[in-house]
Structures are given as C-alpha cells and as structure tokens.
Ligand binder design. Structure first.
Ligand code: HAM
Length: 421
C-alpha cells in the first residue's frame, strides 16, 4: 500500500474541522483589524528564502525542499509565509497604498525537519503581516491579535514570551560578545554550534544539545536584552507599556532567539504548557530590513504566524473540541428501481439549504432507517411507487417514529420550519 509521505498528513473530519475553525477565528479577528487576505504561491525562487529567511539559518541550510525546474531555475517550497508576502508587497507596489498595509494568509508550509509530535514536513500556518509602520503600536497590535485569537479559541495554558533582538548594530555587538565568550570553550560545543560560532553565534542560545546548554550555563552568558541600544530599548519599553494597556499578559524573555534572520527589535513566541518539546504555538517579530534584502524600498514591518497543527494539539489537550460537522437533515431512500432518479432529484431540490443524502439503490424501509441513523440524520424520506405517483415524500422522524407525507415541492420549507410531525 502506498502511504502519505513521512511528515505529511491527510486532513479530514475532526482534524480538518479543527484547522478550519482556527483559520476562521483568525480571519474574524484579522479582518476586524483591517487586514486583507493574501494568497502567495506555495513555491518561490529559492533566493527569496535565502535572502529573506537568511543563509545561516537552519531553515535555509538544511530544511528547504528545493528543486530545479525544467528551465533550470532553483525553486523552493515555502518554509514560511513572510518572505513571499514581502516579495508580493514589493512586486505589486503596495508601498503606494494607504499605509500601513495589513495582510493575512493561511496555507501549507514545508520544512524538511525530523518529524515528531507537533513537527511535520508539511504543516499549516495562519499568519499576519503589518507593513509600513515602525511604530511600537504596530508591534503591540500584532502581538495582541496573535494572543486574542488563541485565547478566544478557548486556550488557557499559554505563555506569551516577549523579547527584543535589538537593532543590527546591537546584534553585531552581541554576536561579537558571544564569539569572544564562547571561543575558549569551542571544543565542548556540539558540531552544529561550532559551525554557528562563526556564522551566527546567537543561534547557539537556541540549541537543544545538552553539551551546549551546559557550556552556556557555566559561562553565565549574558542575554541579548542587555545589549539593546537606546533606540531598541525605548521601542521595547513602549511595546511593553502598550501591551500592558491592552491587558495582554506576557512575560519578558531576555534571551529570546527566533529561527529566522530577518528579525529586528521586538520578537515573541506563544508557548503551550502541555505540548512537550514542540511547544511553540506561534511566533513573530519585527523585520524592518527585510524589504530591502528582497530588493524593495525600505519598509518597516511586523508580523507573526501560528502553527495550526500545534494549536489543534493544544485545543485537544485542553479538551476543546472542534465545532461539529453539519448534521444530516434527511436521508432519502428509493423503495424500488423506478424511484432511483427521483430520489436524487428530491435530494438535489433540497440542496444547499438542507443537508440531504440519498441511497443510490433501492432500500427496504427498515434498512433505510438503520442507515439514516448511522449517518446521524434526524429524518428518513421514503420514496415508493405511491409517493412517486403523488409527487410526495413520506418523512419519518427517526426518534419518535412519527411520519407524514409531504409534497416534494414543500419538503424544504417543511424541514426548515422545524419539521414538526
Ligand atoms: P516560525 O516561528 O518559524 O515563524 O513558525 C511559526 C510557527 O509555525 C511555529 O511557532 C510553529 O507553531 C509552527 N511550525 C514551524 N515549523 C513547524 C513544523 N515543522 N511543524 C509544525 N509546525 C511548525 C515563522 O514562520 C515566521 N514567518 C513568523 C512571522 C511572520 N514572523 C513575522 N511575520
């Protein structure tokens, strides 16, 4: 048997309904806040991510699904949504729209990570990007939206960790400090972190390796927050104050590290306490230099993405079920060969207001009722020779057993008005 590729999943019934519920709750909040939906392609020229996400990140170095097309172009399945959205903002001249421009998106993302609970190779995100404002109000708005969406989905055991990765100059100084502090212990670091020591020392802080963690602890490494310059510090203070005013609970994480290179100043993650190793439900931050990296005009921006599978795992852990599927109103059964087409026509005349299924071959009344029950229908509609002649349907309330013959052209109205027998 051929199976779905490792790290990918089929979504149906509850799993799909949960994802749809997350997206519709996000849509509700984001559109209320003035955002329009954008759908960018699932693949882009590889350079969009190399330049956008950053050459030294794990994503670009080892997690991208990259392939060469027939025209010998290097293409990559998007590992995240921000780079593509900023590429689209530049390409379509959104700079001349009234600023800021608020965009939101939902869709599949692809990362060649080792699959485990909460980590897939194809996963889904819903995300928000606010482009064209450098104000701390924009950061606070974005953080608040990400938090409120999760809260109103019903999640409680969440922690919002807020930090700042400073301006480019602050990070340069911090990376230099890390290099100097860690170099004497280079040999005790994991091979990955030894490599990062020259390419991107800040990533070492995010390492899961026990050896690395031990070295960091022994050296008493200072956090990024202590290296913020006056501009980034003032911005961070403002974001915290505004968020406090909005009543969004957060804790400051002095050492927040994100897996993407485009961040500047504010960055945050929302973790769920019952999810184990992959506990980040979502994350985001400000990315003021990104548009320029992608060849566009300087454009400040801030945004976030939620991992929908993880949000669904968290909802399940907290016992919040997805909304139920629309129940079947009526199951229509032809009693003989002569009524087959009429059964379809009767069901079709009820769609889409009424959810109606029909049997594709003749049924005896008893079997039709059992099948209707299995499908969760409230009513069964029996269509025999007599009904066909009279242009009617005998409708039976499965729970009470009561029945009534209703003219076919009145069935919809009858069901919609509650179908009292
Ligand atoms: P990210 O932190 O890389 O940020 O991903 C956001 C969320 O996507 C994570 O917190 C996690 O819930 C989910 N996620 C990431 N990788 C996987 C995976 N392999 N399997 C399942 N879920 C996963 C971004 O992607 C940025 N684009 C967010 C952003 C938008 N920053 C600014 N604007």
């Amino acid at each position: 048997m051929t199976k779905a590729v490792k790290g990918t999943h089929d979504l149906f019934k509850e799993s799909l309904r949960c994802q749809q519920a997350v997206v519709s709750r996000a849509r509700e909040w984001l559109e209320a806040a003035g955002a329009s939906e954008i759908a960018t392609p699932v693949f882009e020229l590889t350079e969009v991510f190399e330049r956008g996400v950053g050459e030294s990140t794990d994503i670009v170095q080892k997690e991208m699904f990259t392939f060469t097309d027939r025209g010998n172009r290097s293409l990559t399945l998007r590992p995240e949504g921000t780079a593509g959205v900023v590429r689209a903002y530049i390409e379509h001249g959104m700079k001349v729209w009234p600023q800021p421009v608020r965009l939101w998106y939902a869709g599949p993302m692809f990362r060649a990570e080792r699959p485990q609970k909460g980590r897939q190779r194809q996963f889904h995100q819903v995300g928000f990007e606010l482009l064209g404002s450098a104000s701390p109000l924009a950061d606070a708005e974005a953080v608040a939206l990400s938090y409120r969406i999760l809260e109103t989905l019903g999640l409680r055991d969440m922690k919002l960790k807020l930090g700042s990765v400073g301006d480019a100059e602050d990070r340069r100084r911090y990376n230099q400090y890390l290099r100097e502090a860690l170099s004497p212990r280079q040999d005790d670091l994991s091979p990955d972190s030894q490599r990062r020591l020259s390419t991107n020392p800040m990533r070492i802080l995010d390492s899961k390796s026990e050896d690395d963690r031990q070295v960091l602890k022994e050296l008493g490494i200072r956090p990024m927050l202590e290296f913020l310059g006056p501009g980034a510090r003032e911005h961070f203070e403002a974001v915290k104050r505004i968020l406090g005013g909005l009543g969004v609970p957060f804790e400051v994480d002095p050492a927040i590290v994100r897996g993407l290179d485009y961040y500047a100043r504010t960055s945050w993650e929302i973790h769920h306490e019952q999810l184990g190793a992959q506990s980040a439900l979502g994350g985001g931050g400000r990315y003021d230099g990104l548009a320029e990296l992608l060849g566009g005009p300087p454009t400040p921006g801030v945004g976030w993405a939620l991992g929908i599978e993880r949000v669904c795992l968290a909802l399940e852990a907290e016992g919040v079920s997805p909304p139920p599927e629309r129940t079947l109103d009526i199951y229509i059964a032809p009693l003989g060969e002569g009524q087959l087409e009429l059964a379809l026509a009767a069901a079709a005349s009820l769609w889409p207001e009424v959810r109606a299924e029909y049997a594709l071959s003749p049924r005896k009344p008893g079997k039709a009722i059992r099948e209707a029950e299995k499908r969760g229908a409230r009513f069964v509609g029996l269509l025999g020779e007599e009904e066909a002649r009279a242009g009617a349907l005998t409708i039976k309330d499965i729970a009470s057993g009561r029945q009534q013959t209703v003219p076919l052209n009145r069935v919809r109205e009858w069901l919609e008005s509650g179908g009292e027998l």
